[in-house]
Design a protein around this ligand. Structure first.
Ligand SMILES: [Zn+2]
Ligand SMILES: [Zn+2]
Length: 395
């Protein structure tokens, strides 16, 4: 059994044996213990320590992000007061993930660099693939858990799709998942209206694309990794840097959207119908655990709007003279139309299908790597209509 290792000053990473040696802990000045386990340590063992237990299994689908901010606060507190031990069973996956996240924030490192850093102090670390994905998302969110971030919402949605297979309980649909369209990016978004009453239903940013016929993983926020590679060994630090792009052809057959604000209270069953909030015309249906698109892809969760029930109003950016050249349509154009300057630049990192939808109004939250611990707010101006118009066209 490998003993605990010091990762940074006053922060130790270890396995289950370490808390059983309180003398060593006290010698090292440890005052706080954080357990990421299926059960807490016996009370007498942690007597005299500040103690926190987070229920976590070392599984691909275990969600650490939900509790991550609490964990990081606890670690920070421990370092301020003496020292902190973060441990799980072997000190390689669960606890290593939390410590790596802490190091990312503390030293302003990306996931890959932070893992390498932690590994130089504890060679055995090996977070499972699901945890690595969560660290990537943590990086994308600017080394914090930003519940309003588009990628995070999608992460939560994918977790809910899995959970829905065993049915939903009361209040199982958190209000944070609904996309708020109150401040659409002026001019840049296609607007989808109810064909019958013209009510605005959603913007193009809410449309969730998927790759044709790739099975269940196609819609998942982590879907850039084909399902059969998801349980690869640890040597994948590099791979994830190369699989950013959606592979395969984007499906144009069906319209799937994120939950939008007007669906609140309407999608709390495992499946049901979607109707226009104004005229109640039938728009489509939803199935939390997913449905098969005619293209073959398994889409989960599936909020499926019938193309025939909505009108897509394209943005009026064509104030620029119409050029007599073929307009490059399709996904590539979408990418180019989005960036609006430095504020958006980091948005290029993400994750599979979602990247097309980064047109969501973004605030400082997205400008990650900006010394997270100090809380500095970057001051790039928000994008304006003029930006969109001047940058959009057909270059
Ligand atoms: Zn309507
Ligand atoms: Zn499809």
């Amino acid at each position: 059994m490998v003993c605990m290792d010091q990762i940074v000053d006053k922060l130790y990473l270890g396995g289950i044996a370490d808390p059983f040696d309180p003398t060593v802990l006290r010698d090292k000045g440890v005052t706080h213990i954080l357990s990421l386990m299926d059960r807490p340590l016996p009370a007498q063992l942690v007597e005299g320590f500040r103690y926190k237990h987070v229920y976590a299994l070392d599984l691909y689908d275990t969600d650490l992000l939900t509790d991550l901010e609490d964990c990081l606060t606890f670690v920070e507190d421990g370092r301020q007061h003496g020292g902190v031990l973060v441990h799980c069973l072997a000190g390689t996956s669960r606890s290593a993930t939390v410590v790596t996240a802490y190091v990312m924030r503390l030293l302003n490192l990306g996931k890959k660099e932070a893992l390498a850093f932690v590994r130089t102090h504890r060679s055995v670390i090996d977070p499972n693939e699901g945890f690595r994905r969560q660290l990537e998302l943590f990086e994308v969110m600017g080394c914090k858990v930003d519940q309003t971030h588009a990628e995070y919402r999608r992460y939560v949605l994918s977790k809910m799709a899995v959970r829905s297979k065993s049915g939903f309980g009361e209040n199982e649909v958190p209000s944070s998942i609904y996309r708020c369209e109150s401040s659409p990016l002026a001019g840049g978004d296609t607007v989808y209206r109810c064909r019958k009453c013209r009510r605005v239903l959603f913007m193009s940013g809410a449309v969730m694309g998927h790759v044709k016929g790739q099975g269940e993983s196609a819609f998942d926020w982590r879907s850039r990794v084909p399902a059969n590679q998801q349980h690869d060994s640890a040597s994948d630090d590099d791979r994830s840097d190369h699989d950013d792009d959606m592979k395969g052809e984007k499906c144009e057959v069906s319209l799937f959207v994120e939950p939008v604000a007007w669906m609140k209270g309407e999608i709390e069953n495992v499946e049901g119908k979607l109707a226009c909030p104004k005229c109640k015309a039938k728009l489509g249906s939803y199935v939390w655990y997913g449905e098969r698109c005619p293209c073959g892809a398994w889409v989960a969760p599936a909020f499926h709007v019938q193309n025939s029930k909505v009108d897509a109003i394209k943005p009026q950016t064509a104030v620029t003279p119409v050029l007599p050249v073929a307009t490059p349509l399709g996904p590539a154009r979408h990418h180019q139309a989005t960036p609006l300057g430095p504020a958006r630049h980091h948005q290029a990192t993400p994750i599979g299908p979602a990247r097309h939808h980064q047109a969501t109004p973004v605030g400082p939250a997205c400008q990650h790597q900006a010394t997270p611990l100090s809380g500095n707010q970057p001051d790039a101006p928000p994008p304006s209509v003029a930006d969109v118009v001047s940058e959009d066209p057909m270059n």
